[in-house]
Ligand binder design. Structure first.
Ligand code: ZN
Length: 300
């Protein structure tokens, strides 16, 4: 063997030894597969929002995200029949026509068997008549929702807990868009652990008076909807977790516009909520640029 070849072989050996050691000390992170569903939404920034959320999830290094569009409004929903079982998480950025019975049933089966779901903003307006979906989102708004849909959920400052209100009335409203403070109500939940208890959210629609079955639900954070902004005057659920069968759901009412979704509070809770629905745990660290009560924080 000539010298050059010997040197090459020993160099290759050292390289492979080094890479073996590196892979032993840093086992590859488990990648969670996410399907974002869009295609119909009453929000004109739907496509930008889906792309932004794909980016936010993938930058954590623990998600691989695909975006799937349904047929357009009035289209043949029989053409929308995704294999949900290929994914760990389905993120809904969808608010539109009913899916086919077959697709509804395969989605219900996916969640019952342990599939994760993330519901973002207007996705909780969708499917007012689909019983299982309403159990997954817990509470929703508009599309004819009322006292028959279930109670309102509010944080009661005196009782220091979430209360259910079955009084008759519309399900779903919001006042003027504005910046508002989000307050954690479940500090030890994996999604919220380590976050400031109060943080200033960017300008957004503050969804209020949502109502629904509200079963197996934990309200992680609320925000006060001021009457001066044409709101409900109540502490409204903003971030929630639910279970449906073996499946976990994270529901954020935040994220009306691009500027709302650029809030580091929206981004971080979306990233952590998506990991929690996939695994029941959160391994991500809280970013240094997380907003405080006084100072909002955005990313480009
Ligand atoms: Zn909106």
């Amino acid at each position: 063997m000539n010298k050059a070849l010997k040197l090459l072989l020993s160099t290759l050996f050292l390289f492979s030894l080094a890479s073996t050691i590196v892979s032993i000390s840093h086992p590859p992170k488990k990648i969670h597969r996410v399907l974002i569903i869009e295609g119909q939404n009453n929000h004109r920034n739907m496509k930008e929002g889906s792309q932004a959320m794909k980016g936010y999830l993938e930058e954590t290094g623990i998600f691989k995200v695909e975006i799937l569009s349904t047929p357009a409004k009035g289209g043949d929903m029989n053409n929308f029949d995704p294999d949900f079982t290929k994914y760990d998480v389905v993120l809904s950025n969808y608010n539109g026509d009913s899916w086919s019975q077959k697709t509804n049933q395969s989605f219900e089966k996916f969640v019952k068997n342990g599939g994760g779901v993330v519901v973002v903003h207007a996705a909780d307006n969708a499917f007012p008549k689909w019983e299982a979906y309403n159990k997954m989102i817990g509470i929703g708004g508009w599309e004819g929702r009322n006292e028959k849909s279930g109670p309102y959920l509010y944080w009661d400052e005196t009782k220091q807990k979430i209360v259910r209100d079955t009084v008759a009335g519309v399900g779903g409203s919001h006042g003027n868009q504005h910046e508002f403070v989000v307050t954690t109500r479940e500090k030890s939940h994996p999604i919220m652990k380590g976050l400031p208890v109060e943080w200033l959210h960017q300008k957004d629609e503050l969804y209020d008076r949502l109502r629904g079955p509200a079963e197996n639900i934990t309200v992680l954070a609320t925000a006060y909807s001021p009457k001066e902004q044409n709101g409900s005057g109540k502490n409204e659920p903003m971030l929630m977790t639910l279970t449906y069968g073996k499946g976990r759901i994270f529901h954020t009412t935040l994220g009306h516009e691009n500027y709302s979704q650029k809030c580091v509070g929206f981004i971080t809770t979306l990233q952590r909520g998506s990991e929690w629905v996939a695994t029941g745990k959160v391994t991500q660290v809280v970013p240094n640029d997380f907003p405080t009560r006084e100072k909002g924080s955005t990313r480009k």
